[in-house]
Unconditional design. Structure first.
Length: 251
C-alpha cells in the first residue's frame, strides 16, 4: 500500500493543483467528514471527472471502483492505464452486474476492514440529464454487512464542466457538499427491505445536498430508452427522406 498511497497524494498535490485552478471549487460540510475509521462515501454522478473532483477536497485517500477494461488493456498503453488507476487507489469491477461484480464488493469490504474509505456512485452510471436517479443497493448492503457509516456527497456543476461527450473539462466553477454521516448498525444477513430502505434514505440525503430532481427509476433504463428513442427518430427521418412523397416533383 505504501507506493499507491504516495502516488495518490502526488496526483492530488501536483495534478490536482491544475484542476483546482480550473474549477475553483466551493466546499461545504468538511466538518462532517470523520477523521479516521472505515467510511463509505456515496455521491451523485454527473460526469467522468467526479472521481477526480472529490479527492481534491477530501482529506483522506478514497478508493473507487472502475470498469475492468481500464485494467485489461494490451501493450504499453494498457500497462500504463493499469498502473495509473491502481496507483490512484482504484480497483476493477465487472459492470455486467450479478455475481460478476461480487469480487469488487469483496475488495471494497477489505478496504473498509482496513479502516479506509470506499467511494461509490449508487446510481451506477452518469445521469443522462442532470437528474438524480434511483440508487443501486450495493453500497447499502455493504454498509449493513459491516456496520460502516455512509457519508452522502453532493456534486454540483461537474456536468457543466464536462458535458457528455466532452473530453477536456471546461473552466467552470463547481461545488462539493458533504452531508452528515448516516449511522448504520451491523446486520449479519440484511433483508431486501432493509437494504432498499437504507438505499432510498441515502439517495434522499444526496438529493437534499444537490437539490436535484429525483427520479425513482434506474439511470441505465432511462439511458437505454433515450437511445432507442433517438434511433427511432433517426430511422423515421431517414425513411421520410427516402420515400417517394419526399422526392421533388417535376413540372
Amino acid at each position: 500500500m505504501k507506493r499507491p498511497l504516495k502516488l495518490y497524494w502526488f496526483y492530488i498535490r501536483v495534478l490536482g493543483g491544475f484542476a483546482w485552478r480550473r474549477f475553483t471549487p466551493t466546499v461545504k460540510g468538511l466538518e462532517n467528514i470523520p477523521k479516521a475509521g472505515p467510511l463509505i462515501l456515496a455521491a451523485n454522478h454527473l460526469a467522468v471527472i467526479d472521481d477526480a473532483v472529490i479527492p481534491l477536497t477530501f482529506p483522506r485517500m478514497v478508493h473507487y471502483m472502475a470498469k475492468e477494461e481500464y485494467f485489461t488493456g494490451k501493450g504499453i498503453r494498457g500497462a500504463f492505464k493499469k498502473f495509473f488507476f491502481t496507483s490512484a487507489g482504484t480497483f476493477p469491477v465487472n459492470r455486467s452486474g450479478g455475481g460478476k461484480s461480487a469480487d469488487a464488493l469483496l475488495h471494497a469490504k477489505e478496504i473498509l476492514e482496513r479502516g479506509e474509505v470506499f467511494g461509490i456512485h449508487p446510481e451506477g452510471t452518469r445521469s443522462p440529464d442532470g437528474k438524480l436517479y434511483r440508487g443501486h443497493t450495493g453500497a447499502a448492503r455493504l454498509a449493513l454487512q459491516t456496520g460502516v457509516s455512509i457519508l452522502p456527497v453532493g456534486l454540483i456543476g461537474t456536468n457543466d464542466a464536462q458535458p457528455i461527450g466532452q473530453v477536456m473539462p471546461k473552466k467552470v466553477h463547481i461545488e462539493i457538499r458533504y452531508g452528515k454521516p448516516i449511522e448504520v448498525e451491523k446486520v449479519e444477513n440484511p433483508t431486501h427491505e432493509q437494504v432498499r430502505e437504507l438505499t432510498d434514505q441515502m439517495m434522499k440525503k444526496i438529493a437534499e445536498l444537490t437539490d436535484q430532481e429525483y427520479v425513482n427509476e434506474y439511470a441505465q433504463v432511462v439511458k437505454k430508452r433515450m437511445k432507442e428513442e433517438r434511433e427511432a427518430q433517426l430511422a423515421a427521418a431517414a425513411a421520410s427522406e427516402s420515400s417517394p412523397e419526399a422526392a421533388p416533383k417535376g413540372n
